[in-house]
Design a protein around this ligand. Structure first.
Ligand SMILES: O=C(O)[C@@H](CO)OP(=O)(O)O
Length: 250
């Protein structure tokens, strides 16, 4: 029998709080984000989940969310693998900008295209921008050609999928219980793939911070069912709040 999969977006980050496009910028969790991570751990404990392995990105908001959830679960010894392929979608030249101000400047429709269209990436970051990932030592061992200067959701899925197939799927097929702690858009990419969501429907999907989503899968890793743990209405409201982040300032 295949194992169970939990997807968990990190808790509120400093730039979630400030409503800024984040992408690959390595901002920390806020105090509320840490509380969300602990609350996620509590929900996982209530569900009686015992994890065999956990995967996360190379960004501290996801790594620390995982630590706090595992601590709350009293499973701090679980094997953890960090990988750049689970990083957030690279937001190109938008990284650091205020979402509502960007909507006021470019229009909500354009910002919705940048945030949620399937295959239109935001404008790229300049190659010589000091924030470009090729200047970041954590990616130094990678071929610089794989490092993005911007990404659409389609490009994000393209780089998440090899890690899914090589690292995550085999563990699930072996019957293990797997926790993936990552980001709003790297998880949207994975959810699109797992749930077979159409390109024009994924634009309406938003993932709330710090609420675990539990998947039951069959032998071929087809989804039997998935649900957010805890209060379903709260998860819905939190997803809507994410959708509304780029509403222009009145
Ligand atoms: O800023 C980002 O990197 C993401 C996730 O926080 O934002 P959005 O929901 O606008 O895609």
């Amino acid at each position: 029998m295949p194992g169970q999969l939990v997807l968990l977006r990190h808790g509120q980050s400093q730039w979630n709080l400030e409503n800024r496009f984040t992408g690959w910028v390595d901002v920390d969790l806020t105090e509320q984000g840490r509380a969300e991570a602990r609350a996620a751990g509590k929900l996982l404990a209530e569900e009686g989940l015992q994890f065999d392995v956990a995967f996360t990105s190379l960004l501290q908001r996801a790594i620390k969310t995982l630590w706090l959830a595992l601590e709350e679960l009293q499973q701090p010894w679980v094997d953890v693998e960090r990988h750049w392929r689970l990083n957030e979608r690279h937001y190109g030249a938008l990284q650091g900008l205020d979402k509502a101000e960007t909507s006021a400047k470019h229009g909500e429709e354009q910002v919705h295209i940048w945030r949620r269209s399937y295959d239109i990436p935001p404008p790229p970051m300049a190659d010589d921008d000091p924030e470009h990932p090729r200047f970041d030592s954590r990616y130094a061992k990678l071929d610089a050609r794989v490092l993005p200067a911007t990404e659409s959701l389609a490009l994000t899925l393209e780089r998440v999928l090899p890690f899914w197939h090589d690292a995550i799927a085999p563990r699930l097929k072996a019957g293990e219980t797997v926790l993936v702690t990552a980001h709003g858009n790297s998880l949207r990419a994975l959810v699109k793939y797992l749930d077979g969501i159409a390109e024009d429907v994924i634009t309406g999907v938003n993932i709330p911070t710090g609420i675990p989503q539990l998947y039951r899968l069959d032998d071929q890793l087809n989804v039997i069912e998935s649900r957010y743990l805890g209060d379903a209405d709260a998860a819905k409201a939190a997803a809507q709040a994410v959708a509304d982040q780029a509403k222009g300032k009145a």
